[in-house]
Design a protein. Structure first.
Length: 95
């Protein structure tokens, strides 16, 4: 599984495909990155082919990085090129 710490992508956000997998209520109530596409975790896991192309690379972010770790592992197993963003939104804003 590929991973990168959130501090390593901060300067490059405009050049990556960033997906925020937090649930809708969490996404709307907490700080978010305007550059990130919001796809709730359950929706992405149930229908990855609707949102992802196997030829492209996607970076997955959540609140802390725990959920994206599991989702990244699952999607990688299906053949998608996904990267777990360690630290998540908490470390993006606090780090």
């Amino acid at each position: 599984m590929k991973s990168v710490h959130v501090s390593q992508i901060k300067a490059n956000l405009n050049n990556i495909n960033l997906i925020d997998i937090r649930e809708s209520i969490e996404f709307s109530a907490l700080p978010k990155l305007s550059i990130a596409k919001h796809i709730p975790m359950d929706t992405l896991v149930q229908n990855p082919e609707m949102f992802l192309e196997k030829e492209k690379c996607y970076y997955l972010i959540c609140r802390s990085g725990a959920r994206t770790s599991n989702v990244t592992q699952y999607l990688s197993h299906l053949g998608y090129n996904v990267v777990n963003v360690e630290g998540g939104m908490l470390e993006y804003y606090n780090g």
